[in-house]
Design a protein around this ligand. Sequence first.
Ligand SMILES: Cc1cc2nc3c(=O)[nH]c(=O)nc-3n(C[C@H](O)[C@H](O)[C@H](O)COP(=O)(O)O)c2cc1C
Length: 218
Amino acid sequence: MKVSEAVYSRQSIRAFTDQEVPDSLIQELLEKSSRAASGGNLQPWKIFIINNSTMSKFLKFQEEWTDPETPAYDIYPENLTEPYKTSRYEVGAQMYSILEIGREDKEGRFKQMLENFKFFGAPSAFFCFVDRQMGRPQWSDLGMFLQTFMLLALEAGLDTCPQEAWAIKQESVTSFVKAPDELMLFCGMAIGYRDKNAKINELRTERRPFKDWATFVD
Ligand SMILES: Cc1cc2nc3c(=O)[nH]c(=O)nc-3n(C[C@H](O)[C@H](O)[C@H](O)COP(=O)(O)O)c2cc1C
């Protein structure tokens, strides 16, 4: 698979088959992903893998955890301005339209949002943490690592969905994976084989045109 093909065909997948992913494959993909660039070669990613029997244990634990949780961070700026606000709105509208969940159907939308906390049915996942001493430059390194992983996963026939929704469940996640206090949760990553019959996986998101976000300086 060419890099450009992988970049173009990667999409967030939100329904998976039950087909298991061996630990060895996840390890191989993560090790390859660690070739991602990072400022000062700090490699600031800290990864906790949830696979096979651990997945059922985790989902059960998650379901039974009733303590209120403090979010790890604000997922979006409070007063998101344009054009970001519209992009965010459009992806949601597109998704709910594919699923035929109406604008007024708050319960339907909420139910779909909760699918995040089942990893959308993926059999495998990981959580990406970062040391609290790290700042914005190192957080961007996490993004490079995660994108590298998603592309390599695609090459191996797997699909993924990065999930910052887990930020609102950071206390239960931290407790389950036994992450030390100095680490904070950035996001989850659902991993598995896409369910080709699931409508939600038909979602192909838009991108704003080049001229809106790039400038050749003269
Ligand atoms: C860091 C990060 C966190 C994300 N968190 C979520 C999430 O919690 N739930 C979700 O359904 N999608 C999540 N997404 C997926 C985005 O909605 C998706 O990348 C965007 O709409 C573009 O679509 P595409 O990935 O299919 O190209 C996340 C993406 C990134 C990069």
